[in-house]
Design a protein around this ligand. Structure first.
Ligand code: 4UW
Length: 526
């Protein structure tokens, strides 16, 4: 049986993200601060942000970028991320966001896979950006370094031309706004095709249960390049005319300092940040009295951690959301005004959403219970926020949707009689390290590229703090003298730091099904 959201449906206007967020700006908001650069304290007002978005749209159009083009944005959280992202979208460009921690080879792969014809980056990431651009055959003219670098166009150069924003006509329900990369339920990262409508819808679907307003100050430490930061921070906070304080990386003292100095009110976090706030002695000394809400997502967050956070933030609500790049991303959230709901749950379906729980062994739908909690099964979701499909990968798209058009999340969930969902396990092979995606298929391919490795499998296992880490099971070639350190270094040299293999076990065989699929559950069980 299908479970419907208990919330009333919301209307989703047929508009572009620019029209949704910026065309509605009122005079009274123009002088309010939209974005603060955390490290320097420099501020950008809504009026300035909107003018920058228009100017960047004009500059993009003057470079010949518009509808049909894909442009890569490769930057940590800085205020210019917001204006460049929305400026490119305003010009009709589709933006593929690249993880700021990506290696040069990873940047190159995404440029090629997405068909990007230009790359916007920052000087600190230029070594990886330049390597990736070269790999993808982009010449220097196609690379813009926002803060400037010798031999490259900068944002200032682009804006100096003063080109007017172009008039573009696009259909918000079919035109691709963004292409974040996700490995989904299996395999290598794929371009997730999200339309303007997907992004507009997702903000509206959670808005009533997650009130944010003009008085809110929101540290933006979760990366804008990842769908959580993109929708929940960048788009949601801008829509509500709240103030974002950007931080290019997570550094606990700096984060706590920003909360105190800017009187931050709402913290959107992933579990490792929640853990630091709950447990680190520095957090005990920090002034966190301004915080009224902490929301965690992107990886499991249990009720014990929620309770530990509440001890540090007794005045605040501590809630959880759940989502996936393929859902723009939010499908579930614990409504802020429902303190009767377990904070270890992912709460209720967002507005306009449907879900099913299906027995992965039989494909049978599990009935929601009249009372108590359902049996666990795979969660499938449908709604206006669900992606169109994976770019250029019809087979993966087909496999990700069931016959009724519901998206396979690859997560195992239960639902209770009140419509409250819990995530209890993960069916898919994906590993999450500090909330970042680590696709085992990618690491396995790298391991198999080592001349002394004949077979390998990578699974997520808990470390001593209970955090998930990637562990490699390795079959070494006959007579090979391979150490665990060598295996780890082999991978670390080629991938972003969060994708490193952090534990190695040598084994004689990798358990596989008759069809040759790695039996990951067996490996995880040890
Ligand atoms: N509990 C257990 C969770 C949870 C979870 C995600 O990288 P992606 O594609 O996307 C994300 C999205 C995070 C997110 C979305 C909306 C939201 O409100 C929120 O919190 C405020 C966070 O991470 O990875 C998707 C996969 O990440 C796992 C799960 O396996 C999912 O399929 N995941 N949230 N609360 N696991």
């Amino acid at each position: 049986m299908v479970v419907s959201s208990p919330h009333p449906d919301v209307d989703i206007p047929d508009v572009t993200l620019y029209d949704f967020l910026f065309a509605s700006l009122e005079d009274q908001d123009l002088d309010r601060v939209a974005v603060v650069d955390g490290p320097s304290g420099a501020t950008t007002t809504f009026g300035e942000l909107c003018a920058q978005v228009d100017a960047i749209a004009g500059a993009a159009a003057a470079r010949g970028l518009g509808v049909g083009d894909v442009v890569a944005l490769h930057s940590p959280n800085v205020p210019a991320f917001v204006s460049v992202f929305h400026g490119l979208l305003r010009a009709g460009v589709t933006v593929t966001t690249v993880n700021a921690l990506a290696s040069g080879a990873e940047v190159g792969k995404q440029l090629v896979a997405s068909g990007a014809t230009a790359l916007f980056t920052v000087s600190a990431l230029l070594p990886q950006a330049a390597e990736g651009a070269e790999q993808a055959g982009l010449d220097r003219d196609a690379v813009v370094v926002l803060d400037g670098a010798e031999g490259y166009a900068s944002l200032r150069d682009l804006l100096a031309a003063g080109a007017p924003a172009p008039e573009v006509t696009i259909d918000p329900s079919t035109h691709l706004a963004v292409l974040p990369y996700s490995s989904g339920t299996t395999g290598l990262p794929k371009g997730v095709m999200l339309t303007h409508r997907n992004l507009v819808a997702n903000v509206l679907q959670t808005r009533p249960y997650l009130p944010l307003g003009r008085e809110d100050v929101v540290p933006a430490v979760l990366p804008f390049f990842h769908i959580y930061g993109m929708t929940v921070l960048m788009n949601f906070a801008v829509l509500e005319r709240a103030t974002l304080v950007t931080l290019p990386r997570f550094d606990l003292p700096e984060y706590l300092g920003v909360i105190g100095a800017h009187r931050a009110t709402v913290l959107f976090v992933a579990p490792p940040i929640a853990l630091a706030v709950a447990k680190h002695p520095l957090a005990a000394e920090a002034d966190l009295s301004s915080v009224r809400l902490m929301m965690s997502g992107a990886a499991p967050f249990d009720a014990r951690l929620a309770a530990a956070v509440r001890q540090r933030l007794p005045q605040a609500r501590v809630v959880q959301g759940y989502g996936m790049s393929e859902m723009s991303p939010v499908s579930h959230v614990v409504p802020v005004d429902r303190d009767d709901i377990d904070p270890g749950s992912i709460g209720l379906l967002a507005a306009n959403m449907l879900a099913k729980i299906v027995d992965p062994a039989t494909g049978e739908e599990i009935e929601p219970p009249a009372e108590g909690t359902s049996a666990p099964g795979e969660l499938l979701c449908a709604g206006p926020n669900v992606m169109v499909g994976y770019l250029g990968d019809e087979a993966a798209t087909r496999d990700t949707f069931d016959a009724d058009g519901f998206l396979h999340t690859g997560d195992i969930a239960t639902v209770d009689a009140d419509g409250v969902f819990h995530i209890v396990d993960r069916l898919k092979e994906l590993i999450k390290y500090k909330g970042y995606q680590v696709p085992p298929a990618e690491l396995e391919a790298l391991l198999l590229g080592h001349p002394q490795i004949t077979d390998a499998a990578v699974v997520g296992v808990p470390d001593e703090d209970g955090e998930e880490i990637p562990k490699a099971f390795v079959v070494a070639a006959e007579g090979a003298e391979l150490t665990a350190e060598e295996v780890m270094e082999h991978v670390a040299a080629k991938v972003a730091p969060y994708k490193k293999v952090r534990a190695v076990q040598f084994t004689r065989t990798i358990p596989k099904s008759a069809a040759g699929k790695i039996l990951r559950k067996e490996l995880r069980a040890g």
